[in-house]
Design a protein around this ligand. Structure first.
Ligand SMILES: Cc1cc2nc3c(=O)[nH]c(=O)nc-3n(C[C@H](O)[C@H](O)[C@H](O)COP(=O)(O)O)c2cc1C
Length: 195
């Protein structure tokens, strides 16, 4: 069974909800998926680093704050330098997701940050591969999948006046599940091809 780790930060619960749905989509393919909080991996010398080293894929997730990954996620990113020195994550599958208040909100910067992190570790970045669900006049905004139209990762929107109970909406959460499924299937093929 392939092992997938999701490392995420969420200040107010919205991104945690997205992480839960990414997990659901990946787990529905039969993968063994675990969630890790970035705060528990803030130091290179403490936390479940061995479990990340044992994973076939690591998915990074954080809210976009001021146009990049939130500070606790950046602290985790910097703490991965020990894994970098030992090539602990080389040739693992990587993917990323972010969530923010605006439809765009510079989420692309956060996804690029995660793809760069994956590149630094010699990981194999899996993009989303889903076409935009809202880019033509005959499309409905409501219920559209991947309506923010990001391709190199998952991007969801949580309107800023809604609690994590009410946002992101069902279409974005379904999009998150399909993203989890995509990464899990890619991981399965990658692991099978290596053996
Ligand atoms: C410090 C801070 C900075 C933010 N910067 C952005 C931003 O650059 N773009 C955006 O669209 N939303 C921004 N937001 C809104 C959050 O991304 C949004 O509320 C998100 O759902 C928070 O996720 P969380 O509950 O997982 O922390 C910001 C929120 C905070 C608190």
């Amino acid at each position: 069974m392939t092992k997938i780790a999701i490392v995420y930060h969420s200040g107010y619960g919205h991104t945690a909800k997205v992480a839960d749905h990414v997990l659901k989509g990946a787990a529905d393919t039969g993968a063994d998926v675990s969630l890790y909080k970035a705060e528990d991996l803030a130091s290179p010398d403490e936390g479940p680093w061995d479990e990340l080293a044992a994973a076939d894929a690591i998915i990074f997730g954080a809210p976009t704050y001021m146009g990049s990954a939130s500070a606790p996620m950046k602290q985790f990113i910097d703490a991965t330098s020990k894994a970098w020195f030992t090539d602990a994550w080389k040739d693992k599958i990587a993917a990323g997701f972010t969530n923010s208040g605006s439809l765009s909100g510079d989420k692309s910067s956060t996804l690029s940050q995660f793809a760069t992190l994956a590149g630094q570790h010699g990981m194999v970045w899996v993009n989303f591969g889903m076409k935009s669900g809202f880019n033509a006049s005959n499309h409905d905004f409501d219920g559209a999948l991947n309506r923010a139209g990001h391709f190199h990762g998952l991007a969801t929107q949580s309107l800023t006046d809604l609690s994590a109970e009410d946002g992101p909406d069902a279409a974005d959460l379904k999009t998150a599940e399909l993203f989890g499924e995509r990464v899990a299937e890619a991981t399965k093929r990658w692991v099978r091809g290596k053996s």
